[in-house]
Design a protein around this ligand. Structure first.
Ligand SMILES: [Mg+2]
Length: 283
């Protein structure tokens, strides 16, 4: 960002968008402790840290408390943005009041995706199951989560994780079938996530735009951090992209090369190290 791009009277406002698992949270321990000092620094500079995650609303309510974040957050891979009352001066555009937040929804509710699964269930008998049909114990066994965590994780609002039990060939037939009736399935590590067309990048762009609309004297500049391929759309769309290195997977591949950082350290250590570097370079 050069000051030549600023309109008269405008100031730069940095917004940090961050993935959770493997990025701000350690891949193995889920700890954010190595980033605590840097999070404090960002708070002092009035730079919001906005989680952009595949996690659910219920999981994020707990996690935000632990980390000490109070601003907006994006759930279920860009499916919806939750904005606390009072974060903006006026009601954010096209939002509804839900779960004590202003919510901008980018895809249909879970009930819609469940109805699509029911429609094709008989064509794939005993070849798949999904969270709504599984017991908490079964979800714990598949995910390794505790009972409490499994309950929060299974309470998805905008999509449904499908556990595939059949072979690869049938899986492809299933993906084609569910796509042909309007879903955009996302292939995850353990599950096939059945939801609509949304991604972390489009959700981030919406919030940046709304921020600029609410504060016309601020010129928003986004910094996005992520460790996985599902972060690619967000990293591509951000002004500054940070690929946080992971102990288990290669960094996400990006088309752009300008303003792209790759952390040396893993997870929250890499998160903190790179944010500090960017702050030093830009503030
Ligand atoms: Mg991740």
């Amino acid at each position: 960002m050069t000051h030549a791009e600023l309109m008269p009277g405008q100031k730069i406002q940095y917004l940090v968008f961050t993935d959770m698992d493997g990025t701000l949270l350690d891949h193995h321990t889920y700890s954010h402790a190595p980033a605590t000092e840097t999070l404090k620094q960002l708070k002092q500079h009035k730079i919001p840290v906005i989680p952009n995650t595949s996690k659910t609303f219920e999981e994020m309510v707990e996690l935000r408390k632990e980390i000490g974040l109070t601003g907006p957050f994006i759930v279920e891979n860009g499916a919806a943005i939750y904005i606390p009352h009072g974060f903006f001066k006026t009601k954010p555009a096209n939002t509804q009041w839900l779960n004590n937040h202003w919510v901008r929804q980018f895809t249909s509710k879970k009930s819609h995706w469940l109805s699509l699964l029911k429609r094709i269930e008989k064509d794939f008998e005993n070849q798949f199951t999904y969270f709504s049909k599984m017991t908490t114990k079964q979800i714990c066994d598949v995910t390794g989560l505790s009972e409490k965590e499994a309950k929060r994780a299974s309470n998805r609002q905008f999509g449904e994780p499908v556990l595939w039990l059949g072979d690869e060939q049938e899986k492809q037939r299933f993906l084609n079938a569910i796509t042909s009736i309007g879903a955009r399935p996302l292939i995850g590590g353990r599950f096939l996530h059945v939801s609509g067309e949304c991604d972390k990048g489009a959700a981030m762009n919406w919030l940046v735009k709304e921020f600029s609309r609410q504060f016309p004297n601020l010129h928003c500049h986004s910094i996005a951090l992520g460790d996985g391929q599902n972060d690619a759309a967000m990293l591509e769309a951000a002004n500054i992209a940070v690929r946080v290195t992971s102990p288990v997977n290669p960094p996400p591949t990006l088309k752009k090369t300008k303003n792209v950082y790759t952390s040396e350290l893993h997870g929250p250590e890499g998160w903190a190290q790179t944010i500090k570097q960017i702050l030093t370079n830009t503030l």
